[in-house]
Design a protein around this ligand. Structure first.
Ligand SMILES: Nc1ncnc2c1ncn2[C@@H]1O[C@H](COP(=O)(O)OP(=O)(O)OP(=O)(O)O)[C@@H](O)[C@H]1O
Ligand SMILES: [Mg+2]
Length: 272
């Protein structure tokens, strides 16, 4: 019998304090219903719009540990499921994060799932339908997920190409929630709360963010996210002058293109 190393340390993945999350719609009720029905969740939306924060909030609300995996094009099935490692001359099985989450009834959140290799997405298929099974081929083991386990994946449709898209057979297993930047008032409320600045300044930053989001036709792939606006607020709250904070945390973060840099600088000047 092979030894199994590293059982999940549940406490490390527990979210103890309620994360600040301002709902955009009915996403909390839908995700909670999906959890109760043992259905997996797909979150889609642009960068920095609150997907990860939502998962943290959901994990806290459902009182489940949250195991997050940032997917990348080198991520293999073994990275998710586990592998044998040689320790003191002995082959010791080590669970990957997905297996750990299944065994312990945690929420497993695969961030940017489309970045992962195709074979990796296939391994979640039996887990994401009514079988709720994870085959661990190397061990000849078939795990059945307990009711507490939830699978959640995210992706940003804005980055997708024909080559990198979720297969219909993958996406049609999920309850899908679409995220986007909140309306002006709610986004300003988030920037006040997270950025530590006053409401007037936050509202102007959000207006700036929305103006940059209109630059898509001019070649800017994505405008300033809520995350960038919060970062800018933090710099300002620490005494960095507004123009310099915007330049460092928004303009330069968004582009290297001289024309776009100039256009965003002008937007900053028109607002502050
Ligand atoms: N609805 C919200 N309620 C509270 N905070 C929010 C909300 N939306 C965004 N935020 C804030 O914006 C920050 C960025 O959001 P988050 O990290 O969740 O983005 P994301 O969608 O996961 O982005 P990425 O795709 O780049 O990972 C959060 O740390 C949080 O401070
Ligand atoms: Mg995220």
């Amino acid at each position: 019998m092979n030894k199994i190393a590293s059982k999940i340390r549940l406490d490390e993945h527990r979210i103890i304090c309620e994360p600040f999350y301002l709902p955009l719609g009915n996403e909390i009720a839908i995700a909670s219903a999906a959890y109760s029905s043992s259905l997996p969740l797909l979150l889609k939306g642009p960068t920095g719009c609150g997907k990860t924060r939502f998962m943290e909030y959901l994990a806290w609300k459902l009182d489940r540990p949250l195991v997050t995996v940032s997917c990348h094009d080198d991520l293999s099935t073994s990275d998710l499921v586990g592998r044998y490692l040689i320790r003191s001359g002995e082959a010791v099985w080590t669970d990957g994060p997905l297996t750990m989450a299944v065994r312990s009834g945690a929420i497993c959140y695969l961030d940017e799932i489309v970045e992962a290799r195709k074979d990796t997405t296939v391994v979640i298929h039996p887990l994401a339908d009514n079988r709720r099974e994870l085959p661990i081929e190397k061990r000849g083991e078939l795990l059945t997920a307990p009711p507490e386990f939830m699978l959640a994946v995210s992706y940003n449709p804005g980055y997708q190409s024909i080559l990198k898209d979720l297969k219909p057979s993958t996406r049609q297993r999920f309850v899908a929630l679409s995220f986007d930047y909140p309306d002006l008032d709610r986004e300003a409320e988030i920037v006040v709360r997270e950025g530590g600045i006053g409401p007037d300044l936050a509202t102007s930053l959000v207006k700036l963010g929305r103006m940059t989001r209109g630059l898509k036709e001019s070649g800017l792939s994505e405008g300033a996210s809520t995350r960038l606006l919060i970062q800018t607020g933090k710099l300002i709250s620490l005494g960095i002058p507004v123009h310099e904070a915007c330049r460092a945390s928004i303009t330069e973060a968004l582009t290297d293109d001289p024309e776009l840099l100039g256009a965003i600088d002008e937007m900053v000047s028109s607002l502050f």
